[in-house]
Design a binder for this molecule. Structure first.
Ligand code: GDG
Length: 736
């Protein structure tokens, strides 16, 4: 039976060893809860680091640990202290974390860290291979394991692999500074589905893939060899019910059952009923903007001194990655800031900031959420920020104001919150005032929307949506209606070919018989191709046509001596049996004088692009330009041409990194149908990769065997994934 394998840096259980005994306690984190529906029963396994390094694991407990983990559906990856240093505290948290959160100056590019990151990712991949079978579905989590998808794909080419990134994916300008940027992208592209919290992260990722790897991207599909990788955004939700229920239980608590923290909070409320509590909760991390927030709070108190003694800021900073120097410095900075501000502003009855540097039990978290009038979350960069969502979920009477940084992924879904730029102190001071004075009705109206959304799109829905999308993909969600040219189909087509008595073959050249080159002149035929074409050309009862958009000079040079039949410039010229090219179509070329200067101006403004001048058409190539820029310019060119063309009988073809302008009555469809009409053929075959080949696929009769190269949408009956496969197919014909 196939199962789901979840893989993350940490396991969702904590091991506790005391007096030689062992305890495995399930953790209650958002991910662990979210995955409940995915990680259930005996059909799933969660692989990760147990939290104990090899050195810290007593040898005699090893077996017991495995057993305890197994009971929770988990298996561990063993890591040494040195591996943990290089992989987790090193590459993950001193290179990737700062870089992906736009703290370029904190990012350390250490070869040693990178090497250990690779080794450890391989360990995780090996663990997956050891614990899984071919039909299993694998879901890899987060930035610590970005190479795992490709490492698994290498050994399990047909396994369904999903990857979710919990932190932002930065813009191309930031990402490209990483010395191992291509390797990281290639690692991720081992997946079938790559998920991000927001559309912006998705967009940034796709842009890096196009620019750094030069891959074709169409909407949110990436075309890589014979695979299509889907990229999508899945904003992570919370376990809404858990927070809501906890808040309800909290409200029903008797006085005696209150926690110490709640007693302190209640005392505060009783002593100063008008004082508002402002809450912030984060891991102590520079990306969360804690120091800036404290400064902004001081700014607020100075700008609006009437609120002194009327507000109190509670900061819960949860210890995190204290082995990393930046975090130690930050801790010191915050300690000093809180000390200074409290020292300067405190009065006998009032301390402006209550600061906790610790992790609190869940119940205390609920005490804080439910007792605070305002939640003030100001990350400088945050993948999502679940605290914002949790605060809203606990507001059972729907009061409370959320002030949230625009830089948090959650801001995209929480428009009804007061959104701020954490660098703008003026705006924050004014927003705090607005929050403090916001009428209850307005609070309720805003939170109603927020709560409805959070309840609906909770963490379980999030996990199921991701898995659903991954499963649909592996079940072969079709990007087009054409069938893959499988071995069985190829066999059948081959038989038909062998049995036929008069065959007509149309073969496109670039992207079909050969791959693309940055310089089209360099894409000349190789020996193997000549041999293959000779074999087909010399076959009895077979008429072979090379059919291309290329100019006649190039094809004369490459193929005339071979005497192959050729149609070039999309159908303007024809050459049969080695004769000079003749006009197949009467075309007018006056329009060219008008269009050429336009194309020239585009060449001037688009570095890397050039014009190909053919006899009756002009082509503007942009394969060597920056891909995004090239596409943008191509769209612009289309607009300019549309207004320029007017009533002229010419059309614009948008091919693969080329915009071609030619007479309307010329296309490969019309040309191929003309040839077809010259005789009675009982086997007609056309193959091509480009938009321009679609004319053939559309216009040839239904009985024709039409084949698209690549996975893009097509009118062809079949598709093959690569030029390599085209040759296999044609060799099969040649052998008949
Ligand atoms: C990463 C991304 C993304 C906090 N203090 C205590 C405590 N917490 C819990 C909160 C919340 C979680 O920790 C923090 O989640 P965040 O989303 O706010 O932030 P990160 O830890 O940085 O998480 C982030 C997330 O991954 C998910 O994809 O949203 O952007 O950086 O659930 O409740 N829990 C307890 N005691 C505490 O003192 N029990």
């Amino acid at each position: 039976m196939s199962k789901t394998i979840i893989i993350s840096n940490r396991l969702p259980v904590q091991l506790q060893i005391s007096d030689g005994g062992l305890n495995a306690i399930p953790s209650v984190g958002g991910l662990a809860t979210g995955m409940k529906s995915v990680h259930s029963g005996g059909e799933s396994l969660w692989i990760g680091w147990s939290g104990l390094t090899e050195e810290d694991t007593p040898a005699d407990l090893e077996k017991e640990i495995d057993k305890a983990l197994k009971q929770h559906g988990c298996a561990k990856v063993n890591l040494t202290t040195k591996e943990m240093e290089g992989f987790y505290f090193g590459f993950s948290n001193r290179t990737i974390w700062p870089l992906f959160h736009y703290f370029l100056e904190y990012s350390e590019f250490e070869l040693e860290f990178w090497n250990i990151y690779k080794t450890v990712n391989q360990k995780f991949a090996d663990a997956i291979i050891a614990h899984s079978n071919e039909g299993d579905t694998i879901w890899v989590h987060d930035y610590q394991l970005m190479l795992v998808p490709q490492m698994v794909r290498k050994q399990r080419p047909n396994t369904s692999i999903g990857f979710f990134l919990h932190i932002p994916f930065p813009s191309y300008e930031i990402f490209r500074t990483l010395p191992w940027r291509e390797e990281v992208l290639e690692g991720l592209l081992g997946s079938d589905l790559i998920g991000f919290h927001t559309y912006d992260y998705e967009r940034h990722f796709l842009s890096s893939v196009r620019r750094l790897l030069g891959l074709d991207v169409s909407f949110n599909d990436i075309y890589l060899d014979h695979r299509v990788i889907k990229v999508d955004s899945f904003p992570m939700g919370i376990d809404y019910k858990k927070f809501k229920d906890a808040a309800i239980a909290h409200a029903q608590n008797t006085k005696e059952k209150r926690s110490d923290l709640q007693i302190k909070l209640d005392d505060h409320k009783a002593s100063a009923p008008d004082t508002k509590l402002i809450l912030s909760i984060d891991r102590l991390d520079y990306s969360k903007g804690i120091a800036k927030r404290i400064n902004a709070f001081e700014y607020f108190l100075n700008k609006y001194p009437e609120y002194k003694e009327k507000v109190r800021l509670i900061i819960l900073a949860v210890p995190s990655r204290s082995n990393v120097p930046q975090y130690q410095l930050l801790k010191k900075e915050i300690d000093e800031l809180v000390g200074r501000i409290n020292g300067e502003l405190s009065t006998v009855n009032w301390t402006p900031i209550w600061y906790f540097y610790r992790s609190l039990p869940f119940e205390n978290l609920i005490d804080l959420y439910t007792s605070s009038d305002i939640a003030w979350l100001t990350p400088l960069r945050d993948g999502m920020n679940l605290v914002a969502k949790e605060y809203i979920a606990t507001r059972i009477d729907k009061t409370g104001v959320l002030i949230l940084s625009e830089m948090a992924g959650s801001a995209y879904e929480m428009n009804e919150a007061l959104l701020i730029n954490p660098n703008n102190f003026e705006q924050q001071a004014d927003t705090l005032k607005k929050a403090i004075t916001m009428p209850k009705e307005e609070q309720i109206a805003r939170n109603m929307f927020l709560q409805n959304r959070l309840e609906r799109y909770n963490v379980e829905v999030w996990a199921n949506e991701f898995m659903g999308s991954l499963n649909r993909k592996s079940e072969g969600e079709q990007t087009h209606k054409s069938k893959k040219m499988s071995e069985a189909i190829l066999e059948k087509v081959g038989e038909k070919y062998a049995k036929s008595s008069k065959r007509l073959l149309f073969l496109d050249y670039d992207g079909t018989l050969t791959g693309f080159h940055k310089d089209p002149q360099k894409a000349s035929p190789d020996e193997e191709l000549y041999q293959l074409l000779d074999d087909l050309h010399n076959q009895e009862n077979t008429t072979l046509f090379l059919i291309s958009g290329r100019d006649k000079q190039t094809f004369t040079k490459w193929f005339l001596h071979k005497k192959y039949n050729m149609i070039v410039e999309h159908g303007v010229w024809i050459s049969r049996h080695g004769e000079e090219f003749k006009l197949l179509e009467q075309v007018k070329g006056e329009w060219m004088e008008k269009v050429k200067p336009v194309l020239e101006s585009f060449v001037d403004r688009t570095p890397g692009s050039f014009i190909e001048e053919k006899n009756y058409s002009l082509a503007w190539h942009y394969r060597s330009t920056d891909p995004d820029f090239g596409e943008k310019r191509a769209t612009e060119l289309n607009t300019v041409l549309t207004s320029l063309i007017g009533n002229d009988d010419i059309s614009v073809l948008n091919g693969n990194k080329v915009v071609e302008i030619k007479s309307s009555n010329v296309n490969k469809g019309r040309a191929s149908v003309r040839i077809l009409g010259e005789d009675d053929y009982d086997f007609v075959f056309a193959i091509g990769d480009d938009w321009t080949d679609e004319f053939m696929f559309q216009e040839l009769p239904d009985s024709a065997v039409t084949v698209k190269v690549g996975l893009k949408k097509t009118q062809a009956k079949y598709h093959v994934e690569s030029t390599k496969r085209v040759r296999t197919l044609l060799k099969r014909f040649a052998a008949k």
